[in-house]
Structures are given as structure tokens and as C-alpha cells.
Design a protein around this ligand. Structure first.
Ligand SMILES: Nc1ncnc2c1ncn2[C@@H]1O[C@H](COP(=O)(O)OP(=O)(O)OP(=O)(O)O)[C@@H](O)[C@H]1O
Ligand SMILES: O=C(O)[C@H](O)[C@@H](O)[C@H](O)[C@H](O)CO
Length: 192
């Protein structure tokens, strides 16, 4: 499992270690999907929200959106975590809104990081955010999350998933896609 020297072996459930950022605006289900992936694949997990400086959490809790400057040191901590995981060679999953292209570039700088983008209709998000309890993020910040969000381009390493589906369905599809990619690579290697 994990790495043998510098060669990555096929790990849990026939899936090679990958370094994933589960991204999307608030309430899309990042924590739900990322913890599900980490549990099923035996990969390391980090909640990106736990890396925010307290000043950022206080700001969001009081209903104010973060600025680029607020996010910069937080994204660097996220990058540091990913960098450590890549060195360790173990599969890893981080949750991070990663709303703008420049943020995603900061996160994957010099690293083989891929993004899982969860798409959810805004009406569903309002419903989820107004009904969940014990979270610092107010539903009133959803419009700024949506207006700040930049859809990942085709040139970015991203897999889009439908966050309206049941989490088990999303997880099954993702793991199947990872397996299919492994099989394709093996086939290409065998054919030469
Ligand atoms: N696929 C889903 N179907 C239905 N409900 C879901 C789904 N995914 C998550 N939820 C619910 O939506 C709410 C938000 O989910 P979650 O906390 O995983 O999102 P998040 O993107 O990590 O949010 P935030 O960024 O605000 O922390 C939770 O109450 C969760 O149980
Ligand atoms: O970049 C941001 O504005 C933040 O990361 C937010 O997205 C929240 O931390 C997260 O979604 C919790 O609700």
C-alpha cells in the first residue's frame, strides 16, 4: 500500500494514492464527500476549515465575506498540508472552497494535486445551510460565495460531481472512475 520507494503501488480498493482537494461553495457537501473518500480508501483527511486563522472564522461568523488577503495565509497552510502528504506518498483528501482559479493555482503549486468539484443548485444550498446546526457559516454569506466562485476550466485538473445525488452514489461513481483510470493506464502500459 502507499509507496514502495518512489513507486506508488496500487492501494486500497485497487486505487493508487491521489492528492485531492474537494472544492465548492459553502454547503455543497465537501466534508461529507471528503470524509467518505478518506474512510473508504484509507486515505488521510484534513478539514480545510480547521486551518483558517481564528480571525477568518470570526469574520465569516459575523456575516462578512473573506477577501483575497484573508484567504492567502489560509491557502498557504492548505498547500503546506498537501505538500507534506505528497512527500509521504499516502493518498490524501483536503476540503477547501478553492473558489478562484488563483486560489487553486496556489493550492497545487509544484504538486500533483487534483480537484473534485461538487455542483449543487443554489436553492438546495440555501435549504442545506438554513437547516444545518452548529456551523459558523451563516446562510447570508451564500450570495458572496456564489459570486466569488470561478468555475474550474478544462485546463485545470478537475473532476465534476453532482452533489444533488446521495453521497453514497457520488462516492461509488468517483471510486469507479479512479479504478477505470488505473485500468486504462495498465492497458496502455501493456500495449506499449
Ligand atoms: N449529497 C447530499 N445530499 C443531501 N444532503 C447533503 C449531501 N451532502 C451534504 N449534505 C448535507 O448538507 C449539509 C452541508 O454538508 P457539508 O458540511 O458536508 O458541506 P460543506 O461543503 O463541507 O460545507 P461548508 O463548506 O460550509 O463547511 C450537511 O447538513 C450535510 O449533511
Ligand atoms: O473561502 C471561503 O470563503 C471559506 O473557505 C468558506 O468557503 C468557508 O470556510 C466554508 O465554506 C465553510 O462554510
Amino acid at each position: 500500500m502507499g509507496t514502495i520507494g518512489t513507486v506508488q503501488s496500487v492501494g486500497t480498493m485497487g486505487v493508487r494514492p491521489r492528492f485531492l482537494v474537494v472544492m465548492g461553495v459553502s454547503g455543497t457537501g465537501k466534508t461529507t464527500i471528503a470524509t467518505g473518500l478518506a474512510t473508504r480508501l484509507g486515505w488521510h483527511f484534513q478539514e480545510g476549515d480547521a486551518l483558517h486563522p481564528q480571525s477568518n472564522v470570526d469574520k465569516m461568523s459575523s456575516g462578512q465575506p473573506l477577501t483575497d488577503e484573508d484567504r492567502k495565509p489560509w491557502l498557504e497552510l492548505c498547500h503546506d498540508w498537501l505538500s507534506k502528504e505528497v512527500k509521504a506518498g499516502h493518498g490524501a483528501v483536503l476540503t477547501c472552497s478553492a473558489l478562484k482559479r488563483i486560489y487553486r493555482e496556489q493550492l497545487r503549486r509544484d504538486l500533483p494535486v487534483e480537484f473534485i468539484h461538487i455542483r449543487v443548485a443554489s436553492g438546495t444550498l440555501v435549504d442545506r445551510m438554513t437547516h444545518r446546526k452548529g456551523h459558523f457559516m451563516p446562510a447570508s454569506l451564500l450570495p458572496s460565495q456564489l459570486s466569488t466562485f470561478e468555475e474550474p476550466g478544462d485546463d485545470e485538473p478537475v473532476i465534476h460531481v453532482c452533489g444533488e445525488d446521495h453521497p453514497d452514489v457520488v462516492l461509488e461513481k468517483l471510486i469507479q472512475q479512479f479504478r477505470d483510470e488505473e485500468n486504462q493506464k495498465e492497458l496502455h502500459a501493456a500495449v506499449g
